[in-house]
Design a protein around this ligand. Structure first.
Ligand code: B12
Length: 212
C-alpha cells in the first residue's frame, strides 16, 4: 500500500496522530502534495462521509474525522504550487444560509487564490442577499456558493432568482459546488457552472472569466 493510501485510510479510520505523521512523512519524502491531498486526505474524508451515511459512524466521529482531515489539509497547504499569475478575476465565495460545511469551500478559495484570483470568502451560513451585496461592493466577476444539505441546496437557486429579479444577473457569473449538487442541477437553476473539486473550480472560473 502506498503512503497516500495509508493517509486515506488513517483519515477514514479517525487515527489522528498516525494521519498527521504520515502526511508529514509523505511531504518529507517529496510526495506530490496535490496527489497527497486528493487521493489521500480527500479520499479519506469521502470514506468518512460514506461510513456516516451508512450508519457506521455517528456525528461525533464525523466531527473528529473532519477535524483530522482539516489538520492534514493545513499541513499540505504550504506545499501546494502557487501560480505566479496576474490577477485573474474577483470571486465572492461562501457557504449558503444554514450550511456550515466549510472545508471544501476553503479549499476552493485557496486554489483560486494561488491561481491569481482575488477571493472574498464570506464564510459559512451566508444569507443570499449578503452574497449579492458583497459582489456589488467588490465588483466581483463570479459568485461561488457551496451547499451540502437537501435543505440548503435550494438557496443556490434563490441567488439566481434574486439576481434575475433585480436585473443584476448579467453582472455576475454564478457557480456552485458541494456534495449533493451536480452539473445538471447547476444548469437546472440557471447557474453558469459547477465543479466537482477545487482544481476543476479553477478551470471553470478561468473559462468563465475569459469567456472561453
Ligand atoms: C465534514 C462533514 C461535516 C462537518 C463539517 C465541518 C466543516 N468545518 O466543514 C460537520 C461535522 C460539522 C458536519 C455537519 C453536518 N453534516 Co456533514 N458532512 C461532512 C462530510 C463527511 C464531508 C464534507 C467535506 O468536508 N468533504 C471534504 C471536502 C474537501 O470536499 P467537498 O466538501 O465535497 O468539497 C469539494 C467539492 O465539493 C468542491 N466544492 C465545494 N464547495 C464548492 C463551491 C464552489 C463554488 C465550487 C465550484 C466547488 C465547490 O470543491 C471542494 C474541494 O475539492 C460530508 C460527506 C460528503 N461526502 O460530502 C457530510 C454531509 C455533507 N453532511 C451531512 C449532514 C446530514 C450533516 C448534518 C445535518 C449532520 C447532523 N445531523 O447534524 C450537519 C449539518 C450542519 C449544517 N447546518 O450545515 C450529509 C448531507 C446529507 C444531505 N444530502 O442533506 C453528508 C452528505 C453526509 C452523509 N452522507 O449523510 N458535516
Amino acid at each position: 500500500m502506498s503512503i497516500i493510501d495509508e493517509v486515506a485510510q488513517a483519515v477514514e479510520q479517525i487515527r489522528e496522530e498516525e494521519a498527521e505523521a504520515l502526511v508529514r512523512r509523505a511531504l518529507n519524502e517529496g510526495v506530490d502534495p496535490a496527489e497527497l491531498l486528493n487521493k489521500g486526505v480527500l479520499l479519506g474524508m469521502k470514506g468518512l462521509g460514506k461510513k456516516f451515511s451508512e450508519g457506521e459512524y455517528f456525528l461525533a466521529e464525523l466531527i473528529m474525522g473532519s477535524t483530522i482531515g482539516k489538520q492534514c489539509i493545513d499541513l499540505i497547504t504550504p506545499y501546494l504550487p502557487s501560480a505566479d499569475r496576474r490577477k485573474s478575476g474577483v470571486v465572492v465565495i461562501g457557504a449558503v444560509k444554514s450550511d456550515i460545511h466549510s472545508i471544501g469551500k476553503d479549499l476552493v478559495a485557496m486554489q483560486l487564490r494561488i491561481s491569481g484570483y482575488e477571493v472574498h470568502d464570506m464564510g459559512i451560513d451566508v444569507p443570499t442577499m449578503k452574497f449579492i451585496e458583497k459582489a456589488r461592493e467588490v465588483k466581483a466577476d463570479i459568485i461561488g456558493q457551496s451547499a451540502f444539505l437537501v435543505s440548503t441546496i435550494p438557496y443556490t437557486a434563490e441567488l439566481v432568482k434574486y439576481l434575475n429579479d433585480t436585473g443584476l444577473r448579467k453582472n455576475f457569473k454564478v457557480i456552485i459546488g458541494g456534495t449533493g449538487t451536480s452539473d445538471q442541477y447547476a444548469r437546472s437553476i440557471g447557474a453558469d457552472g459547477w465543479a466537482k473539486d477545487c482544481f476543476d473550480a479553477v478551470g471553470l472560473c478561468d473559462r468563465l472569466v475569459r469567456r472561453e
